[in-house]
Design a protein around this ligand. Sequence first.
Ligand code: ADP
Length: 327
Amino acid sequence: MEKKVTNIGVLTSGGDSPGMNAAVRAVVRTGLFHGLRVYGIMRGYAGMIDDDIKEMDGRSVANIIQRGGTILKTARSKDFMEFEGRQKAFANLQKRNIDGLVIIGGDGSFRGAQTFSNEFDIPCIGLPGTIDKDISGSDTTIGFDTAVNTAVQAIDKIRDTMDAHDRLFIVEVMGRDAGYIALHSGIATGAENILIPETKTDMAGMIESLTEKEKRKKLVNLIVVAEGDEFGGAAEVAKYVKEKLPTADVRVCVLGHIQRGGSPTCEDRLVASHMGYYAVESLIMGRKNMMVGVINNKIHYTPLDKAVKEKQKIGQEWMKIVKILAS
Ligand code: ADP
């Protein structure tokens, strides 16, 4: 098989997610295995522009598979949105003869990679590193499983206290435009209502069912809301519920950034290792501008522009199941 790349760069960009380190480790060690030089680019596209780039060896990624965050750091870069910034970044890659890139990030990072690759003809392979699972072409994304499990553990704790006090709790989880964290954590914690951006939120219907439950003396109720739900986050939902159900003891908890941190789950480490390995393999095979995903446990390639344009669809059946199970 013809080897098309000799020096590759790896970076983590945009929002961080647990498992990014496992992906970096896999990219570095697979690259070294194939005799490539591997460069770690610090702080995403910002480090590429600032020439904050260092050569990695096998030891440089030792003892990181279990760590959250990213040893390469991550950032958002306004300068990379401009052609001059990208030109500077490319010049820094050229200095080291870097002829292939692995970008671990979300949809914004993939958009940047696509533009960069079109302008400077450098092959880019994207790995979906995002807790939100808001990318198509993969059953999961690096960090999603950890984030959901963190949310489940936190909500289980909230459930203990809400049960002790007969309270109605509204828990806000992350998800600006994707409701997967809310859906999975809500189902797994037995939420009575799950509010997500992908489905129309029926507030009147929710109040009706809460009123009916109140009549049956079912006072412990859990509502999980994605931060990007079209009605609003937990604060807006709580305000509405208090107006309509003044007797309910309503409390709010916003889980926030704890969902991004922590040691990645086994699932996220596996997914990151699998994808990281295939990122390098695909650069060697001459693939460009593709995202490496996993569908039914098999590696699946999706063009970067398609991965960011299409969202995964949430099965309507789940919303029906939630209603039945929470009665
Ligand atoms: P994420 O990758 O987590 O979605 P962002 O949306 O913040 O995070 O994107 C990360 C970075 O990607 C941005 O700070 C910017 O530097 C770069 N980027 C995003 N969109 C574009 C674009 N259309 N053109 C060039 N660069 C972009």
